[in-house]
Design a protein around this ligand. Structure first.
Ligand code: GDP
Length: 444
């Protein structure tokens, strides 16, 4: 999974620090040396690493940090804040035109996911804004590109303007924009040609399309798996086209994290969306703060809650949040959540978003899959209604009865109850915005 190595190394650096209690300047320096190596190994741009490490070191060595009662947490907080800042601080929304249509030009190298992302974005606009987008097929070089966009359009019920592969792409775009004006489409997404590498001919064509279409948004699609190279590509496109934003695709893959952490700092342009899978729903708004949490292995509760809300009604989500705050979360809620989680997608992916479980060795040992969730559910089903509401009733003899009833071992029942209590405690701390909630996440 994305960022795994980086997260692990950063967590190691922090847990070493944590074991010390009181920390000294030289502890901070040692830790920052490890952070630096971790970032370089994750393929983060060298200059970005240097600036980042300098800033964090300077802040962490302040007397207010070293003399505080919780120095490690202060340092962690600084790292979190600076990671967020490197990625742009806040989410940047799509540029919108004051008159229709808003024109979005998609650019990028071949295979980055440009065409797929055009489809994903059109679907998102349709679903979230009830928009009526039109997509223009202006990649006439890759033989199947036009067909691919037409097929995507059919899948999401969005019209595609195409004139085959024999016309000049600039003319195609012009005709497409005329059609959008006639049909009063509110968005136009232009799928342009890609190449294996940046070349003059490609850039020249893109510059001509830009001059004609005056896009409100030029979204560069880059493949996160290509690491340092993604950053170089972003720089190249930005120098020539003055892009307005970046979509980082394939973050569901095994990327080391370099691109996510470098692009903003190197190009000055925001990452606006991330691609998290091949399905057309797998496009997410990029939130630097959530990404920083994810990189630090602190989970991504917000995204998890939003995913849940797609199925959940808002009242129920609010009810759950309240239960976490008030510490009244019980096994009935746990059961509800397990059911919801199973509806939401592969469990392993979701686990990574839960604070404390993300990249936590304990969670990896748990290695929860869908079948395990069925086992957990079986255990809860074997509890009496009273036990579900009052987990503190679960003494050894009750646990034995539950194990027998569910066909699971007593150890398994114990383990689940322990996990339940730990998550409950963590959720409560997190929901109070208490930094010490993170403390338990770094082992040590
Ligand atoms: P283009 O040449 O830039 O238009 O690239 P395509 O849109 O054809 O995508 C190339 C491949 O990457 C296809 O197999 C897509 O399904 C895949 N792809 C695109 N975005 C993502 C993503 O976010 N995650 C994953 N796993 N695959 C993606």
């Amino acid at each position: 999974m994305a960022f795994e190595g980086l997260t692990e190394r950063l967590q190691n650096a922090f847990s070493k620090l944590r074991r010390k209690g009181k920390i000294t300047e030289s502890d901070v320096r040692d830790m920052m040396r490890e952070v630096r190596l971790a970032l370089l190994e994750a393929d983060v741009n060298f200059t970005v690493v240097k600036d980042f490490v300098n800033t964090v070191r300077q802040r962490a060595l302040g007397a207010d940090v070293l003399d505080s009662l919780t120095p490690t947490q202060q340092v962690l907080k600084i790292v979190n804040e600076e990671l967020t800042k490197v990625m742009g601080d806040t989410a940047v929304p799509l540029n919108k035109s004051t008159h229709i249509p808003t024109i979005i030009m998609m650019v990028g190298l071949q295979g980055a996911g440009k065409t797929t992302t055009a489809g994903k974005l059109a679907l998102k606009l349709k679903n979230e804004e009830h928009a009526r987008p039109l997509m223009i097929a202006a990649d006439i070089y890759r033989p199947a590109a036009v067909d691919q966009l037409v097929t995507l359009g059919k899948q999401i019920d969005v019209p595609v303007f195409e004139q085959g592969t024999d016309h000049d792409p600039v003319d195609i775009v012009k005709a497409g924009l005329d059609q959008a004006a006639l049909q009063k489409n509110d968005y136009v997404l232009i799928d342009t040609a890609g190449r294996l590498q940046i070349d003059e001919q490609l850039m020249d064509e893109l510059v001509r399309i830009k001059a004609l279409a005056h896009p409100d948004e030029i979204l560069l699609v880059v493949d996160a798996m290509t690491g340092q190279n993604a950053t170089e590509v972003a720089k190249g496109f930005n120098d020539q086209l003055d892009i307005t934003g970046v979509v980082l695709t394939k973050l569901d893959g095994d990327t080391r994290g370099g691109a996510a952490l470098s692009i903003r700092a190197v190009t000055g342009k925001p990452i606006k969306f991330t691609g998290q899978g091949e399905k057309l729903e797998d496009l997410d708004v990029f939130y630097p703060d959530r990404m920083a949490n994810r990189i630090l292995g602190m989970g991504d509760m917000m995204t998890l809650i939003e995913k849940a809300q797609k199925d959940y009604d808002a009242n129920q989500a609010e009810k759950m949040a309240e239960k976490m705050r008030e510490n009244t979360f019980d096994f009935n809620d746990f059961l509800d959540q397990m059911g919801q989680i199973q509806n939401m997608g592969p469990v392993q992916d979701l686990m990574k978003m839960i604070p404390g479980l993300a990249n936590n060795p304990a969670a990896q040992n748990l290695n929860i899959g869908d079948k395990d969730i069925d086992h957990l559910k079986a255990i809860v089903y074997s509890m009496t209604p009273q036990e579900r509401e009052q987990p503190e009733l679960l003494n050894p003899s009750r646990r034995r009865r539950i194990a027998a009833g569910s066909g699971r071992s007593v150890q398994e029942v114990n383990r689940m109850i322990k996990q339940f209590n730990m998550s409950k405690e963590m959720m409560q701390k997190m929901s109070k915005g208490n930094m010490s909630g993170m403390e338990g996440m770094f082992g040590g």
